[in-house]
Design a protein around this ligand. Sequence first.
Ligand code: GRF
Length: 192
Amino acid sequence: MKLALLASGNGSNVAAIMQAINDGTLEAEIVAIVCDQPDAYVITRAKLAQLPIFVAPLKAYKTRKAWESAIADYLKEKGAEWVVLAGFMRIVGAPLLEAFPHRIVNIHPALLPNFPGRDGIGDAYAAGVTETGVTVHWVDEGIDSGPIIAQEKLTVDPTWTREELEEKIHHIEHQLYPKTLQRLGKEEEHFS
Ligand code: GRF
């Protein structure tokens, strides 16, 4: 699988995917990393790993379409087959969806369709739920709305702080995302 990873922040999921590739549990190659936030730590991670990185702030482009088309062109040029959103805090639109049909996935830190949006962990915590979790799903033009590929549940201990919940969620994400990508790659081999 030739993966392009799109991220906006810390990049702990990017790191988990890199690790799984190094361990051999994910048979894939990262051909590109794209980040829309020039100060994001994921850029440092990409550089340390000597992976190709494209920093593309939205405001550097005249239109949203021009920005997204530039990203899609870069990913095509790098030979990406799969687009993996890992904390990418932007809605994906037509240029990427049309360039990579049925090949864009996202991870969300809640049990969709519950708590979509920017702060799935904080929203679930504030709601006082007894169960939350992590979702990997196909990306469509909506916000965290595409068909679900995989979910893992987490029972919330009512004594946990928000930070503790966040730590448990990230721990699940870092296992579930590489595992699900490996499964998708194998399914594709099987059906092609
Ligand atoms: C993750 O919780 C992911 O589910 C959400 O954004 C967060 C990104 O974290 N979409 P990181 O940048 O991978 O550390």
